[in-house]
Design a protein around this ligand. Structure first.
Ligand code: AMP
Ligand code: ZN
Length: 137
């Protein structure tokens, strides 16, 4: 428990939330500023900042809960699809530094644009593959 962390406070009930699910390791509640109705956040009860610091078992528990909840939320709000997302660091849009997975119901007519892809320059994709796979050596 981090005393300064909003999501730790939600997990321990210090800050109110609309809880939709809880088990030994995870807690899920409605996002207060949803992209679409039913937008849910799944957090581990243990405080970990993000993907870089979360232990494997804790992350697995979060993903297990995401997998359980996603189809139920889809069914409940009659969504046409679901986005699952985790923002890591400010550059990626992380505002709350307690790891959380977004479950975002999507509707065919919801008007949210999909991310735009950009083409690689000639030869660039091979270079990127090389510099990433270098990290594993
Ligand atoms: P992120 O940008 O990935 O860190 O996501 C943080 C999310 O937390 C945002 O979608 C906010 O709308 C949501 N949020 C912030 N405060 C609360 C709160 N008190 N209860 C529920 N959701 C919250
Ligand atoms: Zn926390």
């Amino acid at each position: 428990m981090e005393t300064d962390c909003l999501f730790c406070k939600i997990v321990n009930g210090e800050v109110p939330s609309l809880k939709i699910y809880e088990d030994e390791f995870t807690f899920a509640f409605l996002d207060i500023h949803p992209i679409n109705r039913g937008h849910t956040l799944v957090v581990p009860k243990e405080h970990h900042q993000n993907i870089y610091t979360v232990p494997q078992s804790v992350f697995q528990h979060v993903m297990d809960t995401v997998r359980i909840l996603a189809p139920k939320i889809k069914q409940a709000v009659a969504a046409d699809g679901i986005n699952i997302g985790i923002n890591n660091e400010t550059a990626a849009g992380q505002l709350v530094f307690h790891l959380h997975a977004h479950i975002i119901p999507r509707f065919n007519d919801d008007g949210h644009a999909h991310w735009h892809g950009n083409p690689y320059q000639t030869g660039e994709i091979e270079t990127i593959k090389d510099i990433i796979t270098q990290e594993f050596k």
